[in-house]
Design a protein. Structure first.
Length: 360
């Protein structure tokens, strides 16, 4: 029964919003003796593993080395248990110093599970795999932990002053074999800080979908009509007049750690039907909530680069969100669109967009 519960946990990867955390200074090592040597390997079915101390592993620093082997196709969790000592109020991330070497399989993703006294269990699986090769640093945000299906928590919120133990480790899909070494692991109030912008559309103009009122006529292409001849998203549409219309091109946000980004930046130009005063720029959470930029960016005859701080995004009046706030790690789509009531008999519009990024 216990293994069944752990497998259920390891198979769940959706992220939801966690409670807001107060500001505090937190730097709590995970390990009974203040280092990773105090971590204990959690026995979980489906993964053969053993742990040992390795001296002088990371520039003179010792590490805990876990050798693992997994033969099945199913998802499994490789976990190390810690019972942290000290106040955890204000923790924002798990900071790891690690080295992963794979002899077989694809790179796993980091995971953290937090157990409260009384039965509450909260977890998160990182959105991107860990790197292989040499020792590297990784932060895993705990701002958006999800309550496990088997959790028993009356408050429905993670209370850090009630935490009993923490698991850190890897979620492994498919057969895999290798070693995972930890030279440092700690809970910290220092959040993840990206060092460069995250390009939403990847190397090209991106993959786009369109949602619209059936009465709207629209065409979306990705021609080389951007600044300097680069590819861009081009959205041509016609609104009939006299009633509210919408036409919403959207592109997915690539899998990445999103905490630490502070604004949305993109380059655009646009013409809009008479009566439509600005663009509808939105961030869509995976649960369905839509947050729109306020004020709406105006149309522009020339290419314009716009940076919109995330605090300028407000929940759309047509949308609902249980916690009423934009959770960046829940954002799954960016929308640059138009809506409103066109004047008279209606009219046409065109939106060109390129270089969509989240910026630190």
């Amino acid at each position: 029964m216990r293994d069944h519960i752990l497998v259920v946990f390891a198979a769940t990867v959706l992220l939801t919003a966690g409670p807001a955390l107060p500001q505090a200074t937190v730097n709590v090592p995970l390990g009974a003796r203040g280092d990773v040597q105090g971590l204990k390997l959690v026995p979980i079915g489906g993964v053969k593993a053993r742990a040992e101390r390795v001296d002088d592993a990371d520039n003179g620093k010792a590490a805990l080395k876990v050798t693992f082997q997994k033969t099945g196709e199913e998802r499994r969790l490789l976990a190390l248990e810690a019972r942290p000592r000290g106040s955890l109020i204000g923790v924002r991330a798990v900071a790891l110093r690690y080295r992963l070497k794979l002899a077989k399989g694809r790179s796993p993703r980091p995971a953290v599970t937090v157990f409260e006294q009384g039965g509450g269990v909260w977890f998160k699986v990182g959105s991107s795999p860990v790197t292989t090769g040499e020792f590297a640093d990784r932060r895993l945000s705990v701002a958006s932990l999800r309550q496990a299906a088997f959790s028993d928590d009356e408050s429905g919120e993670l209370e850090w002053d009630n935490v009993e133990k923490v698991w850190i480790g890897l979620v492994i899909d498919g057969p895999a074999e290798g070693t995972f070494e930890l030279s440092d692991a700690r809970l910290t109030s220092e959040p993840y800080k990206p060092t460069q912008p995250l390009r939403i559309t990847g190397d090209g103009p991106g993959k786009w979908n369109v949602g619209k009122d059936p009465a709207v006529k629209a065409t979306l292409t990705t021609p080389a009509e951007g600044p300097g001849g680069k590819s861009c998203m081009k959205f041509e549409f016609r609104f009939p007049g006299g009633r509210h219309m919408y036409a919403v091109p959207s592109t997915p946000v690539q899998s990445a750690e999103l905490e630490g980004y502070r604004a949305l930046r993109f380059t655009y130009k646009a013409t809009l039907p008479e009566g439509i005063q600005g663009l509808l720029v939105m961030l869509g959470e995976r649960g369905g909530a839509q947050y729109c930029a306020d004020p709406a960016p105006p149309p522009s005859a020339d290419w314009t680069t716009l940076t919109i701080p995330l605090e300028k995004f407000k929940l759309g009046g047509w949308s609902k969100d249980a916690n009423g706030r934009l959770d960046l790690e829940q954002v799954g789509r960016v929308m640059i669109a138009a809506h409103g009531t066109a004047a008279g008999a209606g009219g046409t519009g065109t939106i060109w967009v390129t270089d969509i990024e989240l910026v630190p």
